[in-house]
Design a protein around this ligand. Structure first.
Ligand code: C2E
Ligand code: CA
Ligand code: CA
Ligand code: CA
Length: 275
């Protein structure tokens, strides 16, 4: 068994020249340079709301900073972007997620988060195709989760790049749907495979009729567009019940499983076979 740390091909221990400090080691760079060996991925199940079956998993990055414990990923992804490390970290995440998912006992999907600055790197597409090739994972099993931050600038080029990825067979999900400024206009411009309804809406489903109305609307136009609606951050049976009643297809959240190691996730898949 490969230990769950950052090894495979990508050395993060020597970031070299960072954008923020042109060669000299600043405090932030030193913080990140101890990353090697402590980065790992967790996997959170994505569940078909009607059958209760696990249909996929989202890979979520974890960093235990030596002596300080876990650092929230959104915070250190931002840090990695600032010091120019996001390309290497993102490439490692893709490589690792594809490698791990290729060994799962069911041919289910693996969703990987890609930040805007990682996506804009010219080598992103090549890295993605390479990770698929090296792992043997079929392209249709990989899903790239992007936020609308990706679509804010350079829209034509970005759309072409998204189309190229999708033409290769990889699916694209719009993450955190409804939290930005122009989510709807992006749906018009690009054919996403999945819309992930942000958990700020899901949170309030049991007691806020406005949240129910919003989810109903998103599910409605997802159906019309032929896009899968996924509700994130489902924590209670009451929220799940509303989502089922509204026809949301896919759910994800602590109610179904917290982000976990690949080993725990595989045990979950086997346990589901028994039922
Ligand atoms: P996200 O993509 O929206 O991921 C969902 C977040 O919600 C995860 O937080 C997950 O642990 C959390 N979550 C899942 N179910 C529940 C629930 O029922 N209740 C609550 N309260 N939270 C739930 P996490 O792992 O802390 O990640 C935060 C963000 O960091 C992610 O938000 C994503 O934007 C970013 N991130 C994580 N891994 C990566 C990565 O590999 N690459 C990039 N670029 N960003 C990543
Ligand atoms: Ca996500
Ligand atoms: Ca999200
Ligand atoms: Ca987020």
């Amino acid at each position: 068994q490969t230990p769950p740390h950052c090894t495979g091909g990508t050395r993060l221990g020597s970031p070299g020249r960072a954008a923020c400090c042109s060669g000299r080691r600043c405090g932030r760079q030193q913080a990140m340079s101890s990353v090697n060996g402590t980065l790992f991925l967790n996997y959170q199940p994505q569940v078909d709301v009607r059958s209760g079956k696990v249909v996929g998993a989202e890979a979520l990055l974890r960093w235990n900073r030596p002596g300080q414990g876990p650092v929230p990923p959104d915070r250190f992804v931002e840090l990695a972007e600032d010091i120019g490390l996001i390309g290497r970290i993102g490439a490692w995440v893709l490589e690792e997620a594809c490698r791990v998912a290729a060994a799962w006992p069911e041919p289910i999907a693996i969703a990987v988060n890609v930040s805007p600055s990682q996506f804009r790197l010219p080598r992103f597409y090549k890295g993605l195709v390479g990770a698929l090739g090296r792992s043997g994972l079929e392209p249709w099993r990989l899903q790239v989760e992007i936020t609308e931050g990706i679509l804010l600038n350079d829209t034509e080029e970005t759309l072409d790049e998204l189309k190229r990825i999708r033409a290769f067979g990889v699916s694209i999900a719009m993450d955190d749907f409804g939290t930005g400024y122009s989510s709807l206009s992006y749906l018009q411009k690009f054919r996403f495979d999945k819309i992930k309804i942000d958990r700020t809406f899901v949170n309030r489903l049991a007691d806020d009729p406005n949240a129910v109305a919003i989810v109903r609307a998103v599910v409605g136009f997802s159906e019309a567009l032929g896009v899968i609606a996924n509700a994130e951050g489902v924590e209670t049976a009451a929220q799940a019940e509303v989502l089922r009643a509204e026809g949301c297809l896919e759910v994800q959240g602590y109610l179904y499983g917290r982000p976990m190691s690949s080993e725990a996730f595989v045990r979950m898949l086997y346990a589901a076979r028994q039922n």
